[in-house]
Design a binder for this molecule. Structure first.
Ligand code: PBG
Length: 325
């Protein structure tokens, strides 16, 4: 017997030129966003053991990293601050002299319009208990009292020069609260990125080291259950109704179905976050010689784009931009 199929999808896979032309998904540096950590009081950047290649920056090294990202054509930076002192309500978060606000001013002055300067709007780096909100008498994260803290943080970040506030705390009504506070304070042009579908994930592990997290316990009382797909869409719909300019799904790799669902219903851009643990898996496997590091990074980020992300937060943003040139 011999077989001669008439339909041969392999024809378009035959040469690099054919494969390039037939590619359905393309990555571009402008749709990549670099998350960056800045730690109060540092004079030199400090390595993060669980995140090879990523640092806790000093103000100076952060400025240089932002300039380098702009030079590489990356679309934006997302800043995270690590304060020297923490308290129950995260006072440093809305203090204009708090590290995140100081760093935002410094980076905005450094890069001007070459990069969209964005800030994480959440209390977990600033509270001494490590939760994303303030606690009530029973030790539970108090939703509505936290909204007041987020509103104050939003104004401080907008005043520091953040163009896009990344609301990552998963409190109900946070987009509406922040939007109202910004508008009342004369910051109608400051945009809101809602981490709409943010799951209580094991893949945030390395990030917790990066920000010296004080958390004991977990965030399952406010972040979503990884078992839930429909709920991710509902969270995005609520945030869009509350005025979110961008919605996000996070982590990316284990929630590509949710990302795809949200991309289908969303009238606003949909972003995804390739989180610390996703990078850590790639780094650990590559360090052991078990996977091809570059191919794995490209496949992972291409998959996130293919699933429906318009832009992607990735610790590899600058490195990827270099490869894509
Ligand atoms: C909360 C926040 C977290 C991440 C981004 N924003 C941690 C958490 O929710 O516990 C994780 C990002 C990553 O793992 O790369 N401020």
């Amino acid at each position: 017997m011999s077989f001669h199929p008439a339909i041969r999808p392999r024809r378009l896979r035959r040469t690099p030129a054919l494969r390039r032309l037939a590619a359905e998904t393309r990555l571009h540096p402008a749709e990549l966003i670099l998350p960056a950590f800045v730690r109060e009081g540092l004079t030199e950047p400090r390595a993060i053991a669980a995140m090879p290649g990523v640092q806790q920056h000093s103000l100076d090294s952060l400025r240089r990293a932002a300039a380098e990202a702009a030079e590489a054509g990356v679309g934006g930076v997302m800043l995270f601050g690590i304060p020297e002192t923490r308290d129950a309500v995260g006072s440093a978060a809305d203090d204009p002299d708090g590290i995140l606000n100081v760093a935002t001013r410094a980076v905005a002055a450094e890069v001007g319009d070459a990069l969209v300067v964005q800030t994480d709007l959440c209390l977990d780096e600033f509270t001494d208990h490590g939760h994303c909100g303030v606690l009530d008498a029973a030790g539970e994260v108090a939703n509505d009292a936290t909204l007041e803290r987020y509103a104050a943080m939003a104004i401080a970040q907008a005043e520091a020069g953040s163009a896009l506030l990344g609301l990552s705390g998963m409190m109900d009504g946070q987009v509406a609260a922040v939007r109202a506070a910004l508008d009342a304070a004369g910051h109608a042009d400051t945009a809101v990125l809602a981490y709409s579908a943010k799951y209580a994930s094991a893949f945030y592990g390395p990030f917790r080291e990066a920000v010296d997290s004080q958390l004991t316990g977990n965030r399952r009382g406010y972040q979503q259950d990884p078992a839930n797909r429909r709920e991710g869409v509902r969270e995005a719909e609520l945030d869009i109704a509350e005025g979110a300019d961008v919605v996000m799904v996070k982590p990316a790799m284990s929630f590509l179905d949710v990302l795809s669902d949200v991309a289908q219903i969303s009238p606003v851009p949909v972003w995804a976050y390739q989180v610390s643990g996703e990078a850590a898996m790639i780094e650990a496997a590559a360090a052991n010689g078990w996977i091809d590091r570059r191919a794995a990074i490209l496949e992972s980020v291409t998959g996130i784009k293919r699933a429906g992300a318009d832009a992607i937060l990735s610790y590899y943003a600058v490195e990827l931009a270099g490869w894509l040139r």
